[in-house]
Design a binder for this molecule. Structure first.
Ligand code: SF4
Ligand code: SF4
Length: 436
């Protein structure tokens, strides 16, 4: 069988075997949830509750404040114990946080009305996606209702089942255990976008998921096997592999008539529309050599990650770091009282033995990072330009085309952390442009 793929990329050890056979387990309702107000890309939502107020499970507690913003709902039945600030690992700074204390072990739900999607207008469906606070669950956390309202004509929906980050297996389990829900979610998205064609792209290391999905395909929904290579699940690489279309530099998938959605997001859309359930929990993988029993978990948003590490049997060996997400694009956290967010696809506990020595040496001009870059950039040159604070030159060299996939840093024999520098370079360039 011919496997679809893209040029460049790397082959890090998959490490999926640690958790891929562990079925999704539902974690108990935490005694307290810690909810950052910033859970998505765009503006933070406007708070609707006050300290001391009682809330039900799934009650809207913050409302989208602008076009790119997402509603937030209470993951538990309880009382707003505090509104404070806590270090936000994605923003890298303290950020507004709600602490909700559970007052009942059972949920008192405030669900939305279920919708019969087949007989509904697409506008009603998209309004529901917005109302339910759904964001991209692949990690980027972009508000889904915005992505599903492209100002251009779309002809294909691509469903991202690549899960190319090493260690993570939650999307694999969703494809196996929630196959029907996923297909319903895809049909809802197809109706919203008014497209007749959807393609589910799955890396070939998940053959059982490909077989399960094929049983439900048809009616314009196709399943394709992708080569197992990182970053196969990045939007531009997925579109190139599946449709042989190239998103232009600085462009978006809609520029080539495509919308890409992650499998977890499609399942969340099914739950919001058919079951009336807003986004209050998500599946994630708790894994790495640093936990005793790696597993796939469904947990309420705002659960402290230390509780989920305990649920996975606690620490194993000498732990070096804990990362939100996978090892390539994830973010290391300063402590484990940090809670999960809508965009948290995994909790990865790495031991010292695995991370090894990470001190940086000088570039030896081997060119491996250039070969590995899926965006045809010269990461070594970009790194040097950013280090020399030559931001304009770095932008001309393609700084903003970098998708921050980490392939260059992974392959570099000198262990240069290009991504950290390139991210910083983008941040400084934007700040300089704003005159700060
Ligand atoms: S330069 Fe950017 S896009 Fe290219 S390999 Fe490095 S992180 Fe990925
Ligand atoms: S892989 Fe590392 S050492 Fe080789 S050229 Fe790129 S930055 Fe330099």
């Amino acid at each position: 069988m011919k496997l679809l793929t893209f040029k460049g990329g790397v082959h890090p050890p998959e490490k999926k075997e640690l958790s891929k056979d562990s079925p999704l387990e539902t974690f108990r309702i935490p005694e307290k949830v810690y909810l950052y107000l910033v859970q998505s890309a765009g503006s933070p939502p406007k708070l609707l509750v006050e300290k001391g107020e009682e809330v039900k499970t799934a009650q809207k507690i913050a409302e989208a404040s602008s076009l790119i913003s997402a509603n937030l709902h209470s993951p538990v039945t309880g009382v707003v114990e505090d509104i404070t600030k806590m270090f936000h690992p994605v923003l890298g700074a303290p950020s507004d946080l709600l602490v909700i204390k559970r007052t009942s072990e059972k949920d008192e739900w405030e669900l939305l009305e279920p919708i019969d999607f087949e007989s509904s207008d697409p506008k009603i469906l998209i309004e529901r996606v917005k109302e339910a606070g759904i964001v991209g669950l692949g990690g980027a956390a972009f508000p889904t209702h915005v992505k599903l309202s492209p100002p251009k004509e779309i002809d294909t929906l691509i469903i991202n089942g690549a899960e190319c980050e090493p260690y993570l297996t939650v999307d694999h389990r969703l494809m196996l255990e929630k196959t029907e829900e996923l297909i319903v979610g895809i049909k809802i998205i197809m109706k919203i976008l008014n497209v007749k064609k959807a393609v589910i792209g799955v890396e070939n290391n998940k053959k059982d998921a490909i077989d399960a999905l094929k049983k439900f395909s048809g009616e314009g929904i196709e399943v394709v096997a992708l080569k197992t290579k990182y970053p196969q699940g990045a939007e531009k690489q997925l579109i190139k592999a599946i449709l042989n279309r190239e998103v232009p530099s600085g462009g978006l998938p809609m520029d080539v008539k495509v919308v890409v959605q992650n499998v977890g997001t499609a399942v969340a859309i099914k739950e919001a529309v058919v079951d009336g359930k807003p986004l209050i929990e998500r599946g994630l993988t708790v894994t790495g050599e640093g936990v005793k029993t790696p597993k796939n978990v469904v947990a309420r948003i705002g659960t402290p990650i230390e509780e989920l590490i305990d649920f996975a049997g606690g620490y194993n060996g000498e732990v070096d770091r804990v990362v939100l997400g996978g090892p390539m694009m994830g973010i290391a956290v300063p402590n484990t009282s940090i809670p999960t967010m809508k965009g948290t696809s995994g909790i990865l506990v790495l031991t010292k033995e695995v991370t090894g020595s990470i001190y940086t040496r000088n570039c030896i001009r081997c060119g491996r990072c250039v070969e590995a870059c899926p965006m045809n950039l010269r990461p070594n040159v970009l790194y040097k330009l950013v280090q020399a604070k030559k931001y304009d030159e770095a932008v001309s060299e393609g700084l903003f085309d970098c998708i921050e996939c980490g392939s260059c840093a992974y392959i570099c024999p000198s262990k240069i952390d290009h991504v950290r520098h390139l991210k910083l370079g983008k941040k400084v360039y934007r700040a300089l442009r704003r005159g700060k």
